[in-house]
Design a protein around this ligand. Structure first.
Ligand SMILES: Cc1cc2nc3c(=O)[nH]c(=O)nc-3n(C[C@H](O)[C@H](O)[C@H](O)COP(=O)(O)OP(=O)(O)OC[C@H]3O[C@@H](n4cnc5c(N)ncnc54)[C@H](O)[C@@H]3O)c2cc1C
Length: 361
């Protein structure tokens, strides 16, 4: 049983049902703040990690997962996930940014990854609508997909492989001491020998968990505008914001706010976002957004997800805490979880993201 049918839960259900498991996904009624509905859908594997970050290899595997999987998933479901791996540009606004990004290019190249430093005139040539820059970090293999369509396709293909989706809210685990029996829902009690906790920012709120789950909501607000024709399809990162084109919309994201489970949009949040976006495209400062929305990212203290089995309660697996990168990481998370539940040794691959790293008492 998978608790939560967001992007991570749907991906887990997809991978397990394809491997032949009898899977049930428990998804509650639509709730404000679900991260997958709010997400931009960037696959920013080489943009987001800090130096020596385990997020880099995980993100690269996450990105490769979509390149390999999306064509067949689209064909099987008829759902267009709009995967575009056409690169992401991270703009250097200052000389200090330029120094840091050049170091990032060097580090990633050292590890044989494809990354480029673009001089200011090269940025001006490729992105003539940008104001003057100090150059840019160019990650040609990063990209973007449509997260809502991704979830729809994962769910549909999981169901095609025999998965069941039930509409209920998980209240807690059904367990007796260290024996897992299943899940207690608001409407019913469900027997299951294996339970995957994939409830996003809400994952730690269940009863009878064997240890605290170090996941906290981090609100992200977004806005969209009609997309000017001149703007390129690639994603462009600026200072604490990014622009991305989807259809005829220009999406602008996103804030990072620790405000509990409040998924409201605020005037202050959106105006700050627009001010930062206007550093990339000044006309935005004069425009009113066509849409605004917000979601709650499942954040962890170290920015890495929590993936793996619970040693104190055999049968319980965690697939939570994907923070800013849950779209990028959902597929690779699901593969690791499915392989682990299938009996393969994934211990080494999960070493940096194990569930006991924050709470060992
Ligand atoms: C504004 C914004 C922009 C983002 N942009 C990107 C991006 O560009 N790229 C990227 O990789 N990531 C991005 N993210 C992050 C990404 O959306 C999350 O990391 C990802 O959605 C987490 O997936 P999840 O399935 O764990 O949680 P969610 O997507 O929140 O899904 C959890 C699901 O579990 C359900 N649930 C919770 N509790 C229960 C319960 N008790 N019973 C039943 N169901 C339950 C919820 O209703 C929900 O459907 C963004 C997030 C936000 C908010």
């Amino acid at each position: 049983m998978v608790i939560g049918g967001g992007v991570v839960g749907s991906a887990c259900a997809w991978a397990l049902s394809r491997a032949g498991a009898a899977v049930t996904v428990m998804q509650r009624d639509d709730t404000p703040g679900e991260a997958w509905r709010a997400a931009a859908g960037m696959l920013a594997a080489q943009i987001e990690p800090t130096p020596n970050d385990p997020l880099l290899p995980l993100g690269l595997a996450g990105r490769a997962f979509y390149r390999e999987t999306v064509p067949a998933l689209q064909e099987a479901t008829g759902i267009n996930i709009d995967l575009r791996q056409q690169g992401i540009l991270q703009v250097a606004h200052t000389e200090a940014d330029a120094v840091a990004f050049k170091a990032k290019v060097a580090r990633q190249r050292q590890q044989s990854h494809h990354a480029e430093w673009l001089e200011p005139d090269e940025v001006a040539l490729g992105w003539p609508w940008l104001p003057k820059t100090h150059g840019g970090f160019w990650s040609p293999e990063d990209g973007v997909l449509n997260p809502i369509e991704l979830v729809a396709a994962l769910r549909a293909d999981a169901v095609r492989h025999g998965a069941r989706i039930i509409h209920d809210t998980a209240m807690g685990l059904d367990r007796e001491a260290d024996q897992l029996r299943g899940v207690i829902g608001e409407r019913d009690r469900y027997a299951a020998p294996v339970v995957i906790l994939a409830g996003g920012a809400w994952a730690g709120r269940l009863n009878q968990l064997p240890r605290p789950v170090s996941v906290e909501p981090v609100r992200g607000q977004m806005a969209s505008f009609p997309c000017p024709d001149a703007l390129a399809a690639n994603v462009v990162y600026g200072k604490k914001c990014y622009l991305l084109r989807r259809g005829d919309e220009l999406l602008v994201g996103s804030t990072m706010e620790h405000v509990g489970f409040d998924a409201a949009v605020t005037a202050e949040g959106i105006s700050g976002l627009i001010a930062r976006a206007a550093l990339l495209h000044p006309p935005l400062a004069q425009l009113t957004p066509t849409r605004t929305w917000a979601g709650l990212r499942p954040g962890t203290p170290d920015g890495l997800p929590i993936i793996g089995p619970e040693p104190r309660l055999p049968g319980l697996w965690y697939a939570v805490g994907h923070g800013r990168n849950g779209i990028l990481l959902a597929g690779v998370t699901a593969e690791l979880v499915a392989r682990g539940i299938g009996g393969q040794d994934v211990g080494e691959e999960l070493a940096a993201v194990g569930p006991t790293r924050f709470w060992d008492w």
